[in-house]
Design a protein. Structure first.
Lengths: 274, 315
């Protein structure tokens, strides 16, 4: 029988872990020479709260059948995911240097060859359907695990997200929680310029979901939302975030959605994250 | 000459076979998209409602949910029409199923042009090409009801993604009850040394009839039912090329990317011999299924003429 070995962190410890994670994210992307910076920095506080405050898992037994499932639907933001998995003990931190490298453990977009990664990713809109599959399997098997899917806000422009939303409510997936990293920027530019998402909460509500809003950078607030989502889902948490959070010149800058920092930018960023 | 054979709808065989496996395989779940009576999974829906999920015509979501179920240890059977189950969720089949090689069973009905009157958009002539292009998928085209039953049983117990192609119409029965299907192993249905006819699905019966007709002209044709296109039985194809020196492929599918392309690739890489292809060369119109088959040359006569052309091209 697998045992949940992961210790919880206090909110203060989460803050410290997030700061260190931000440095690790930038190092990974800088070393690789490519990768998605902005979305990794916007999601990292949500991931820290999930992995060190909510999820039940055993990094030594990634396939433990009773584990809670976390599915990264916005799979391009893999650096934030990888530093969190390493911190949780799924693989040594030294593996972070294999990101995007030939024969490395850490693929450009998250892939299940990496311990702790549930779903192959890189094409947007798929994670909520996949998460619903896990949620329905829990019901069929009489298991108590929860299923979480993290989506980008731009990703909600994919039709499949709404197919999945409609069907999760129809099939009563009360163990399913979607989290939207609402950083208001997508690949090209601000989401409102590309395709209007508002009223986002009403749209989810109209599809039969409970809706909770939170500050996606305040760990206590994220924890509170995740806890509230445990009852009577499906529930979506719309987490207000800032793309590029933590580095002044990356924050709210669409230019940092999908590119690595230059050497000068990397150095300047590390100073801000000291 | 055309042999009189009994016919049966393989999609009904599919639905009935699934039912018989429910107790033995408690992990089987069935996912449908509002075509469940047509695909015959309504039989399962009515008997095992807790293990059945309807998603409406939302094929991307169906495949995505199936992938999640498979990742959680279930054996999901996804059934809809071939045109909706392959092209519409192709990206989900590629990213969520093929790349991680998840245990999803995609059993599609109404494939090919036997949907006749429904017209071009209902004619699935590209599905084999699409599915053969996904590296992890096995691709199976049963010829008749007895074979379909065995294919479904094999599919349920074979780990990995599988696409099974079934037509709407009843198809002639070409197998005895003693027949044993083996995934990935071509079935030599008739021996011959002058030419090999490699067929699948609805063209297997015309291929056998063509071989009968050729025999009357002193031409001995080998007939191979290549039910599994991926992984293809390369040994059977190479042997056919070596031992008969000419090949005809016959399929109810577009000439690009299906059986003909699979066979031609193996032949070109290993033992180049003339290959003639009986297949569709483009879209076709509405009309009764049998008329469309004749119009497009997907008949015993079409196969026979192709065999004679292939033999003439031998060096």
């Amino acid at each position: 029988m697998a045992v949940v070995t992961q210790p919880m962190l206090t909110v203060e410890e989460m803050r410290a872990a997030a700061l260190e994670s931000r440095r690790e994210i930038l190092k990974m992307i800088f070393d690789a020479g490519s990768g998605h910076t902005g979305g990794s920095l916007s999601e990292i506080d949500i991931l820290i709260a999930l992995y060190f405050g909510v999820l039940r898992y055993d990094p030594d037994a990634p396939d433990w059948p009773e584990r809670d499932r976390f599915i990264l639907s916005k799979g391009h933001a893999s650096p934030g995911f990888y530093v969190t998995l390493a911190r949780a003990g799924y693989f040594p931190s030294s593996e972070l240097s294999s990101y995007r490298k030939t024969d490395g453990l850490l693929q450009g977009h998250a892939h299940p060859i990496t311990p702790g990664v549930e779903m192959n990713s890189g094409s947007l809109g798929m994670g909520l359907s996949f998460a619903l599959g896990h949620a329905l399997a829990a019901r069929l098997d009489g298991r108590k695990y929860r299923v979480f899917a993290l989506l980008g806000d731009g990703e909600c422009q994919e039709g499949e997200v709404w197919e999945a939303a409609m069907s999760a409510a129809h099939h009563g997936a009360d163990n399913l929680t979607a989290i939207i990293d609402r950083n208001r920027i997508q690949n090209d530019r601000f989401t409102d310029e590309v395709m209007t998402l508002e009223p986002l909460a009403d749209r989810w509500r109209d599809f039969g979901w409970n809706v909770i809003s939170c500050d996606g950078h305040e760990h206590a607030d994220v924890l509170h939302a995740l806890s509230a989502a445990a009852d009577g889902g499906p529930t979506v948490i719309i987490a207000d975030t800032v793309k590029g959070k933590g580095v002044s010149f990356m924050e709210n800058n669409p230019g940092f959605h999908g590119r690595a920092p230059t050497a000068d930018e990397y150095e300047a960023a590390l100073k801000e994250l000291a | 000459m055309t042999t009189n054979r009994q016919s049966a709808a393989t999609r009904e065989t599919y639905g009935r076979t699934l039912l018989t496996m429910a107790e033995e395989h408690p992990d089987i779940v069935v996912l449908g998209g509002d075509l469940n009576v047509s695909t015959f999974v309504h039989l399962w829906r009515d008997q095992y409602p807790d293990r059945f999920f309807d998603f409406g015509p939302a094929e991307q979501n169906i495949v995505g949910v199936a992938a999640g179920l498979a990742a959680a240890g279930k054996i999901p059977f996804v059934s809809t029409f071939s045109v909706f189950g392959t092209g519409r969720p192709y990206d989900q089949l590629r990213v969520l199923v093929s790349q991680p090689s998840l245990n999803v069973k995609l059993v599609c009905t109404h494939a090919g042009i036997l949907t006749g009157e429904d017209g071009m958009s209902a004619h699935s002539i590209e599905d084999l090409s699409l599915m053969c292009a996904l590296p992890s998928f096995s691709v199976v085209t049963p010829a008749d009801a007895p074979e379909t039953e065995q294919v479904i049983r094999a599919v349920a117990t074979t780990q990995g993604p599988v696409y099974v192609r079934l037509p709407r119409a009843a198809t002639p029965i070409v197998h005895a009850d003693s027949y044993r299907f083996r995934m990935g192993k071509g079935e030599v249905m008739r021996e011959g040394s002058d030419v090999s006819i490699i067929a699948c699905g609805s063209l297997v019966a015309p291929a056998l009839d063509a071989a009968d007709n050729l025999s009357g002209q002193g031409v001995q044709a080998r007939v191979i039912n290549l039910h599994t296109l991926a992984p293809a039985d390369e040994a059977a194809i190479i042997a056919a090329a070596q031992e008969t020196g000419a090949i005809v492929t016959a399929e109810e599918h577009y000439v690009h990317g299906g059986l003909g392309s699979v066979v031609a690739g193996v032949v070109a890489r290993n033992q180049p011999v003339p290959v003639e292809m009986v297949a569709l060369h483009g879209y076709t119109s509405s009309g009764p299924a049998n008329e469309l088959m004749v119009k497009n040359g997907l008949t015993a006569d079409g196969v026979e003429q192709a065999a004679l052309r292939a033999i003439k091209r031998k060096r």
